[in-house]
Design a protein around this ligand. Structure first.
Ligand code: ATP
Length: 306
């Protein structure tokens, strides 16, 4: 779906991307993370066929961004980190303007506007002026504009920046819904804990390079992640847990990250079994920071600094 090979991008005074290669699978949500100035925005702009690579290739849906930018834009939505809205226009007019800009025929555009408004939860605000919307609703309108032509790839640059907790939660739900509807999403953000709510993959960019990445198990409210910590190392921790039918996400001699039911009785039994097997259990608790931990273990200077 999205293929990047040996991408190099240079501003006049700066090489911002230096040999980036990555693949994004269809119908996934990929988190693009990295420190300020890492190259995330530049990479998203290259994926959006808004910048031409200095060398290397970017293909979206099998099309090369250098050769077919217009054809790519027909199936791609992009939300920049700083976007403008026409504050004097109503929500309906903003979406209509976006529909026309994407070449949707006038006869079809009002249907497209209604559908986009419904997807982003703005049906009851269609006649409100964009300038009167709260920050969270403006964000939803901007996403509505980016998806009015029903793209199958959606790129979002820092979509959660500046949103309050409820608006961020709404944004998570919206992005999950778009993925379930068949879209492939790439989302850059600094808010790692939230990306974990909806991202299934993570790509870490630093200094213009991809320095790490891994699949992330999307947080499941029914089967949360638990971190098991031992006071004394045991090399058989993983095999013990898998032998007991536990879903082990990661393990070493001191720790194991598992997914397990919320059921208190089942958890109590698991703790009993671990202790009965002679493990010196020092902690057993829900883990909400797997993505953050993975990030810091992979970027330079991280705790495990690989
Ligand atoms: P942030 O998280 O702060 O938004 P980022 O990861 O998105 O950062 P980019 O904005 O892609 O990073 O910038 C990558 C590098 O390119 C940075 O060193 C930045 O200073 C540089 N850069 C970005 N835009 C330009 C430009 N127009 N001209 C020259 N250098 C630029």
């Amino acid at each position: 779906m999205i293929e990047v090979r040996d991408l190099v991008y240079e501003y006049p005074t700066k090489r911002a991307l230096d040999g980036v290669s990555l693949t994004v699978q269809p119908q996934t949500i990929t988190a693009l993370v990295g420190p300020n100035g890492a190259g995330k925005t530049t990479l998203l702009r290259c994926l959006a066929a808004l910048e031409a690579p200095y060398s290397g290739t970017v293909t979206i849906n099998g099309l090369d961004t250098r050769e077919s930018p217009r054809a790519i834009h027909a199936h791609l939505g992009y939300l920049p980190d700083f976007y403008g809205l026409y504050d004097e226009l109503s929500v309906r007019r903003c979406l209509l303007y976006a529909a026309w800009s994407h070449g949707i025929a006038p006869a079809l555009s009002s249907g497209a506007v209604e559908k986009a408004a419904q997807r982003v939860g703005l049906v009851d605000r269609l006649e409100t002026r964009a300038g009167e919307l709260s920050r969270g609703l403006r964000q939803r309108l901007a996403i509505g504009q980016a998806i009015v032509h029903e793209p199958n790839v959606l790129l979002l640059d820092e979509p959660a920046a500046g949103l309050d907790p409820q608006a961020r939660r709404d944004l998570s739900a919206l992005l999950r819904k778009l993925r379930e509807a068949g879209m492939t999403l790439v989302v850059s953000s600094h808010i790692l804990a939230e990306l974990e709510d909806y991202c299934s993959e993570m790509i870490i960019v630093e200094g213009g390079h991809v320095v790490g990445g891994k699949p992330i198990k999307v947080r499941d409210d029914e089967r949360p992640r638990y971190l098991i910590e031992l006071a004394t190392a045991r090399s058989d921790l993983r095999s013990f847990l898998t032998g007991a039918g536990i879903d082990v996400l990661e393990a070493d001699d001191h720790h194991a990250l598992i997914t397990f039911t919320r059921n208190p009785g089942a958890r109590a039994k698991l703790i009993r079994d671990i202790v009965k097997a002679g493990f010196e259990l020092s902690s057993f608790g829900e883990s909400t920071k797997a993505l953050e931990e993975a990030y810091f273990s992979q970027v330079a200077g991280g705790a495990n600094g690989t």
